[in-house]
Design a protein around this ligand. Sequence first.
Ligand SMILES: [Ca+2]
Length: 364
Amino acid sequence: MTASKTPVAADLALSRRRILRTGLSLTAFPAIVAAAPHEAALRPVQLTVDGTTKPRVFVTTDAGGSDKDDLQSLVHLLLYSDVLDIVGLGSSAAMLGSGRVSAIRSVISAYEADRGRLLTHSADYPSAARLHSRVHEGSSTLQPAAGFSRPTQASRAIVAAARTASPSNLLYVLTWGSHADLAQALHDDPSIVRNIRLISSGVDGQDPNAHRYLQEHWKGRLWWIDGATSGRGIYAPPSGANTPDRAWPAANAEGHGKLGDFFMASTQDLYGDFDGTRRTDGLKMGDSFSVLYLIDPGRNPDQPEARGWGGSYVASGPLYWTDSRNPALSYGSYYGAKTVADHKGAFLADFAARFDRAQAAKTK
Ligand SMILES: [Ca+2]
């Protein structure tokens, strides 16, 4: 095993706020050896037009099920795709079966309709074709007891993206669904661990064997924010009730481009509307705390314990952070939710401004 127990070069990690000199030589980064076709297409560093580094992000999602909150999270992600280098979007929806990449592609199609207006606000929004080329089917079955089985398109893409990352240009893997494809990727190429930072949602129930494999074989060697409940602070009230905000998307998303309408349509029946009241309609996007962690303009991503949009986490071992168990920071049973909710005003105002971009082109 080549993984090191030393910190993953945290002091070398580049945040997107760190300005690189223009004309940075890509030869400063490791050469790509025997690169796979999609590996070669991933440039080592993506810069915004003003020379700021974009965090490299690979999202795995269970979008496509009856609970639509990952669709909301994808809208949120794409509205910030000018400041993030989205190198992969994997469908890790083992509980749902295959074919869920269509859910990811549907959000990209909405984005494509709005991109012309978005570009008037920021020249860094990627093309829809580029995003589509980075969508990958993941595991459609639960992993066996070992926690891994066969490579998938998504697991191969994670390996490829991680190989083109480096300790000074890390790959953030954001898991919104199961851990099956990440587990497979780490099994297939253990050396990638040094280039990965994982920010995961509470997804152990979506593939228990894959999650256990990560816990037993990678915890302590993999830089990992294991956030099970803090993200609930995006939508839950202090009581911890499942009552997403219905007014916010009606005021800030609906009518704001295709993405806004898509978001609004994805607020309905979040939990299947079992009692016919639609009381759970609204803004949820509980997995988006991992994106908030990266886009917070005031946050140093090397410091999981600091305060910020994506929450504050407690070190529970080397390279491993979890939700705070401080009762004062809990919303009902959601540990750490207050550490996210405390910043709700700021990150929702910023999100609203992003929907405004989708609604209207910037006037000169
Ligand atoms: Ca999810």
